[in-house]
Write a protein that binds this ligand. Sequence first.
Ligand code: URA
Length: 194
Amino acid sequence: MNEEELKKISEEIKNCNKCPLYKSRKNAVPGEGDFKSGIMLIGEAPGFNEDLQGRPFVGRAGKLLEEFLKSVGKRREEVFITNVVKCRPPNNRQPEENEIKICTSLYLDRQIEIIKPKLIVCLGNISASYIFKKFGLRFESMNKQHGKVFSISNLYIKTKIVATYHPAAILRNPNLMNLAKADWEIIKEEMEKL
Ligand code: URA
């Protein structure tokens, strides 16, 4: 694994002006954590607090993510946390297709290639749609596919993929909490196999 290359990608992200999101960002958010853990958590895009601090999942959704991590015996520093898109979309709107295309081809794809995660946890629909498609899987909906384990093996990576509800979606709709807790039980089992 090439730590230098990962750092270089972070620097590129911080200086990126390849899509319109750079105009309104305060800080780009490359991602952080233990890239040697074999575990990658991938969210959607930075929000207000992440944009201020340049770090992923540091607002309310981040607190909930930390609780899920605690429930599986992990601290946030023990996994690698990043997003599909590295700059905050204005007013927290969803990232647009061209923003996702530009940002992932320049950054997330390379981060995955270097880290070679053994387990990818997709947080929310945007992340799951992108990652499933990237690895040749069909993503229908979170309601249908959350908490299921998909094994992927190709020339450059052997990994498992699990999608679960985005912590922000759970905060908006607490009915999702029990489903998410069950997903994290499954994620825990997969982590224990690593
Ligand atoms: N939501 C995300 O998808 N990512 C973050 O980093 C914060 C909130």
